[in-house]
Design a protein around this ligand. Sequence first.
Ligand SMILES: C[S@@+](CC[C@H](N)C(=O)[O-])C[C@H]1O[C@@H](n2cnc3c(N)ncnc32)[C@H](O)[C@@H]1O
Length: 218
Amino acid sequence: MDIFEDSIRSVARVAESCGLAPYIRRAHLGDAAGFEPDGKYHILVMEVLQRALEKEPQVALTRVLAPHIAAGGFLIPEEVRVYAYIGNVDEHFPPKKAPRPADVPRHHLGDVFSLTKDSLGDVTFEEIVPGAERIRARTIEVGEFAVTDYMMMLGTDITLFGEYKIEEGESGLTEPFVLHNMGPFAAGDTVEIDYILDNFPIFEAKVRRPAGSGLISR
Ligand SMILES: C[S@@+](CC[C@H](N)C(=O)[O-])C[C@H]1O[C@@H](n2cnc3c(N)ncnc32)[C@H](O)[C@@H]1O
């Protein structure tokens, strides 16, 4: 299933050259969000994602298609997990092509979002404007931390199936990045991280500062 005809043709070529063409019952050209299923599926494989589930519609399409997975069936990737941490940008993103040292200090903040076949079931989607919704992914109390020149970063790891995983830094999809448009924050702040679900999904963070701290709330 693909919205782009060249991709459908390319899958057909790959299947043909691997001798798998007889196993393809049908190819669907069109928006997967409008796909009419003809039954329940045992395995749903989707690859419409970039790092941290941004830019591409993996979440939007999971919401539409996961309900068509048969009981006991699988979604692949099984889980896409997005997590946050605080770290020093220069240490985390060394000059061109230098590998990131394994022991760069970081202050872990835990998971922000996890996408599985069931995880959207109890999520509240709040409409912002027609065509755009917000999910409150996580509210983080930023405790004490010891990293200087810090920024908040998002990392991704992907469990394809069981023991088969793509972990941090093993692909472009699991490369961490600095959370955009967030601005400075300090120990004691609260950071609200939302996932904005529209044609170009992104994570968005707002920093709230405790009243009476003498600092201006953002
Ligand atoms: C990251 S690519 C992966 C393509 C394929 N897995 C491959 O390796 O060639 C994502 C694909 O999703 C398709 N796509 C994006 N949004 C879609 C939608 N709403 N419905 C169907 N296909 C979509 C794009 O056209 C693109 O071919």
